[in-house]
Design a protein around this ligand. Sequence first.
Ligand SMILES: *[C@@H]1O[C@H](CO)[C@@H](O)[C@H](O)[C@H]1NC(C)=O
Ligand SMILES: *[C@@H]1O[C@H](CO)[C@@H](O)[C@H](O)[C@H]1NC(C)=O
Ligand SMILES: *[C@@H]1O[C@H](CO)[C@@H](O)[C@H](O)[C@H]1NC(C)=O
Ligand SMILES: *[C@@H]1O[C@H](CO)[C@@H](O)[C@H](O)[C@H]1NC(C)=O
Ligand SMILES: *[C@@H]1O[C@H](CO)[C@@H](O)[C@H](O)[C@H]1NC(C)=O
Ligand SMILES: *[C@@H]1O[C@H](CO)[C@@H](O)[C@H](O)[C@H]1NC(C)=O
Ligand SMILES: *[C@@H]1O[C@H](CO)[C@@H](O)[C@H](O)[C@H]1NC(C)=O
Ligand SMILES: *[C@@H]1O[C@H](CO)[C@@H](O)[C@H](O)[C@H]1NC(C)=O
Ligand SMILES: *[C@@H]1O[C@H](CO)[C@@H](O)[C@H](O)[C@H]1NC(C)=O
Ligand SMILES: *[C@@H]1O[C@H](CO)[C@@H](O)[C@H](O)[C@H]1NC(C)=O
Length: 392
Amino acid sequence: MNPIFLLLFAILCSGGLDSAFVDGISTIKPGEELKSDAYLVSEGGNFTLGFFTIEETSYSYIGIWYTNDDQQSKVWVANRNSPISDNSSVLTVDSTTGILKIIRGGNTILNISDQVTGNNVTATLEDTGNFVLTDWVEKRTLWQSFDHPTDTLLPGMKLGFNSATGKSWSLTSWLSASVPASGAFTLSWEPNQDSGELVMHRRGERYWTSGTLKDQTFKYMSALNMGMYFNLSYTSTNDEKYFTFNRINGSLWMLRLDSDGQIAEGPSGLRFGPFKFCYGYESDDGCVTSELPHCRRRNDNFTQKRVYFLPNITTRQDDDNSSLSFIDCMERCWNECNCVAFNVYSNGTGCITWTGRSEYKEDDVNIDPLYLLLRDPKSSKGKCIFLVICNS
Ligand SMILES: *[C@@H]1O[C@H](CO)[C@@H](O)[C@H](O)[C@H]1NC(C)=O
Ligand SMILES: *[C@@H]1O[C@H](CO)[C@@H](O)[C@H](O)[C@H]1NC(C)=O
Ligand SMILES: *[C@@H]1O[C@H](CO)[C@@H](O)[C@H](O)[C@H]1NC(C)=O
Ligand SMILES: *[C@@H]1O[C@H](CO)[C@@H](O)[C@H](O)[C@H]1NC(C)=O
Ligand SMILES: *[C@@H]1O[C@H](CO)[C@@H](O)[C@H](O)[C@H]1NC(C)=O
Ligand SMILES: *[C@@H]1O[C@H](CO)[C@@H](O)[C@H](O)[C@H]1NC(C)=O
Ligand SMILES: *[C@@H]1O[C@H](CO)[C@@H](O)[C@H](O)[C@H]1NC(C)=O
Ligand SMILES: *[C@@H]1O[C@H](CO)[C@@H](O)[C@H](O)[C@H]1NC(C)=O
Ligand SMILES: *[C@@H]1O[C@H](CO)[C@@H](O)[C@H](O)[C@H]1NC(C)=O
Ligand SMILES: *[C@@H]1O[C@H](CO)[C@@H](O)[C@H](O)[C@H]1NC(C)=O
């Protein structure tokens, strides 16, 4: 949809914003309400903010996306961990406290900003994609979405920290492609003497590092020439150390941390790395090494296959805990010695595991693929014994 259409749409569906609104529709003033069928569009039309609903779950969220992005990849989500299950919630700026918040029937569902500031404020969606709460008397920024990133870094956003204020900027993946809730992966910036590197954690544990940023690329993200798409840079002052990037040409660029721990450019589908899951035995591609469970060996891995298991030899267990993501299920199966395969539900959360003997039949068409543990034939126990005998 082009910006003009959105503008007309938002005006025609009046009641979208309360009648109090007069100036452009990139801004909400205290007491004004953005309803679930209305949008804010930044002044130059680059970005749109509004409610969106995820089909698989029927939950609604408030998000920001590039106006011209056909896929409407969400570059920011206001309420990722507080989904809305009705269509009568509205986004507003409280007319006494100045807090940006989501309300329903007069009750606060979620405070988005946290500072009580009085009502000399406006909330504006800027052409950079930043949603900014400003005290227009003191010309001061009180809160901005760029300080609360979700899973996406836009041109001009910072990834790093300010050691004077204690503020830090990091990305946290969605739980799955259809669940925006905080997922297993985070991405942060670790400065070093000359530059710095991106560091990915999985559930708080170091998982992968990008290698130092040098000559417009990262050592372990060099498969694609990132410099063709982004102008990568870092800043290091006494207080602030951060990574940032500019667009090189006029596209919809963004850097996103996917729910499976991949760094990708959103709408184009380009992936920059790490291109694989880190099991803990690799060390040459940025993966952080860790001690393997005693029953797992170097090069064992999970491979997607259409198979079914024989009853009474392999047992299926379901855990519908929807805080578990794909990578949590993989880790669970990896660490549980009698686990031979796993999967997630179709919404990408919850774990299904198979334990017992890995005896299965392949089926090309009729069943959903699952993730089967494959042992590396070269590093099997048998070979070790053979070598020991040979050498002695
Ligand atoms: C909200 O949902 C109700 C019931 O599903 C529906 O009748 C109504 O039209 C919806 N309103 C809007 C503004 O979408
Ligand atoms: C929102 O903030 C106001 C003002 O600080 C506070 O009184 C209220 O309890 C908060 N509500 C929620 C749901 O956090
Ligand atoms: C709002 O601005 C006016 C001046 O325009 C000032 O007198 C008033 O104290 C301000 N209110 C708050 C809560 O800051
Ligand atoms: C808005 O988009 C245009 C075209 O993509 C781009 O040239 C411009 O820099 C963008 N404005 C901002 C403030 O990012
Ligand atoms: C601009 O972006 C396109 C991808 O849309 C890319 O192929 C091209 O190399 C970029 N231009 C420059 C000058 O880097
Ligand atoms: C890259 O960004 C730096 C700092 O923001 C700027 O000085 C430089 O001109 C940019 N280079 C290109 C090719 O856009
Ligand atoms: C599997 O085990 C159940 C009891 O646990 C038994 O009733 C059934 O006959 C067994 N099936 C086969 C094919 O062995
Ligand atoms: C669901 O999984 C999360 C993450 O592992 C865990 O913290 C939580 O306790 C689990 N909830 C239940 C009900 O088991
Ligand atoms: C995902 O699907 C499972 C099984 O259908 C369901 O129990 C669970 O609540 C869903 N999770 C979410 C977040 O919708
Ligand atoms: C998994 O391991 C097998 C056997 O060691 C190997 O052939 C395959 O390429 C590996 N797959 C992945 C995705 O690493």
